[in-house]
Design a protein around this ligand. Structure first.
Ligand SMILES: [Zn+2]
Length: 260
């Protein structure tokens, strides 16, 4: 039995039996884990509301083997992201990010860069009112960190560089750009060179600097469904948290809160 302490972000919680809860969290040093929090339903005192989705915690857990559930012994809140919880739009985007990490990260596979990305993204949402542009930056980097980096350099077919004045298309099934001569059938998104350049910067800038990138209206319209579609393509299923974002109108084109 190994006792570990690690920083973690709570991704999902479920009731388990009469008094326990199952907690899935993404830890900085050991990746995604699911643990049982004994008595968490019966006694609120024990974990003092730290084991809630989104919470950034210092978690202590016992790991009996190299697979299966861990046993959560203690949890200390480092940031509860209260401002996000008080705003349904930002809560929708934050829930989406937790679901994406839950689905895209294999269990027990350390990915400290992904942990840092999720943590910084939630801090951005906590500090800023406008959630859509940071969500594009988050999604494109999650794809890269999960081994699905979209090809944004050259046409996948002929290798031509993306230059101004040409039509460019993004193929979801092929995961990259195609020039106007090689526009394929199937689902494609037309993208401007400005959007291509922005997404490239989003892939390659140091994490601390990426949040400064600004998306104008055209790039927002071009990115809104492209990145989500790419993630859905890799997961081969829909993301549940998109329902909330659709319900509140956050994903509609020309939505006023998305274009302050
Ligand atoms: Zn081409």
């Amino acid at each position: 039995m190994t006792i570990r302490q690690d920083e973690a972000i709570i991704l999902r919680t479920r009731d388990y039996g009469e008094s326990d809860r199952l907690i899935t969290f993404f830890s900085r040093n050991h990746g995604q884990l699911t643990g049982i929090a004994k008595g968490a339903r019966r006694s609120k005192k024990r974990f003092v509301h730290t084991l809630e989705p989104l919470s950034y915690v210092l978690i202590t857990y016992a790991d009996r083997s190299s697979s299966g559930l861990v046993r959560i012994d203690a949890s200390e809140l480092k940031d509860g992201f209260i401002d996000i919880r008080n705003d349904v739009t930002r809560l929708g985007y934050a829930s989406l990010s937790c679901e994406v990490v839950l689905e895209m990260s294999p269990e027990r596979q350390a990915n400290p860069h992904l942990f840092a990305l999720l943590n910084q993204y939630l801090k951005q949402l906590e500090e800023k009112a406008e959630p859509e542009a940071p969500s594009f930056l988050f999604l494109v980097r999650v794809l890269s960190l999960s081994g699905y980096a979209p090809n944004l350099q050259t046409c996948l077919r002929c290798g031509r560089e993306s230059t101004p004045g040409q039509g460019w298309f993004f193929s979801i099934s092929q995961g990259g750009l195609l020039c106007e001569n090689h526009r394929p059938g199937g689902k494609v998104y037309q993208v401007s060179l400005g959007t291509v350049m922005l997404l490239r910067q989003a892939q390659h800038l140091p994490l601390g600097k990426v949040w400064r990138l600004r998306f104008h209206r055209q790039s927002r319209d071009e990115c809104r469904f492209l990145l989500l579609d790419l993630i859905r393509h890799h997961l081969e299923k829909d993301l549940k948290s998109l329902r909330l974002l659709h319900q509140i109108g956050a994903l509609e084109a020309n939505n006023s809160s998305a274009h302050p």
